[in-house]
Design a protein around this ligand. Structure first.
Ligand SMILES: [Zn+2]
Length: 268
């Protein structure tokens, strides 16, 4: 189900003066869904409590002309784990989906997926973090209790059944869901897959309905990896190859293109 619960998002934001601070503060505080904003100019850090997706908050900050990178997310009370999946596939579909364990019984799923056909698309955690045959090697829906496929609100469902996300006319699905069965600690090392069609939630009467919701082919997938909660990510420069977080923002995570230096390093 869609979530209006607030979370805290920690961003590194390029800010050099009080004018920058004021611009960022104004952009955030004027937005609906933003509850509080804390800005530390010396550390170039912005902490936002809001009920918006991390992508929406990022866009608000970057609307001031400054670049921002999400460094961590969490909730004030406790740290039960955060994970992230970078989604990609053979086609144009790509995105980033984050999982935040808010309480023992609530996992928040915050995501942006681009390049989709407008309309609903099934979203599922799959058993295997194996992309050797692209999304085809991810295995079936994550189903440790041996149940039938269902809707997120059903008790008879796969743990990995997250229902549908809705892409708008621009091909983007922006979502923030809460789930009571998924636990971050159970899904790290598994994968997340978005499908071409609508998940019928086990109710379609098709032979595949009770297996996978008959939601079509796998468009994009990503391995679910552990990620930083609040204030855990102290890095400003990646020690492995000297790529700064600002350069990293505009680069692929690995492979060709990561080490090119055609943009000068930002002044950190
Ligand atoms: Zn399923």
């Amino acid at each position: 189900m869609a979530s209006d619960r607030t979370t805290q998002l920690e961003f590194a934001v390029q800010m050099t003066c009080d004018g920058c601070v004021n611009a960022v503060r104004t952009a955030l505080e004027g937005a609906q869904g933003v509850q509080s904003v804390k800005i530390d100019l010396a550390r170039e850090e912005v902490l936002v409590e809001s009920a918006l997706t991390s992508q929406e908050v990022l866009r608000l900050i970057e609307s001031t002309g400054r670049r921002a990178v999400l460094k961590g997310m969490g909730v004030a009370e406790q740290d039960l784990g955060v994970a992230v999946a970078m989604m990609g596939g053979a086609g144009p579909v790509q995105g980033v989906v984050r999982f935040l364990q808010v309480t023992e019984d609530c996992c928040m799923i915050d995501g942006t997926i681009d390049g989709l056909e407008p309309g609903p698309h099934g979203l599922h955690v799959h058993e295997l973090g194996d992309l050797t045959k692209d999304c085809l090697s991810c295995g079936d829906h994550f189903n440790p209790a041996g149940r039938q496929h269902g809707a997120p609100q059903d008790s008879e469902r796969h743990v990995g059944d997250l229902g549908n996300i809705l892409a708008g006319s621009d091909g983007r699905a922006l979502f923030r869901l809460e789930d009571s069965q998924l636990k971050v600690w159970d899904i790290i090392g598994r994968s997340l897959v978005v499908d071409s069609g609508e998940d019928d939630l086990g109710r379609g009467g098709h032979p595949l309905s009770k297996q996978n919701g008959n939601s079509g082919e796998r468009l994009a997938c990503g391995i679910i990896a552990r990620s930083a909660s609040l204030f855990q990510n102290a890095k400003q420069i990646c020690a492995c190859d000297g790529v700064t977080i600002w350069e990293e923002r505009d680069r692929p995570l690995a492979g060709k293109g990561r080490k090119t230096t055609d943009t000068p390093a930002a002044n950190l």
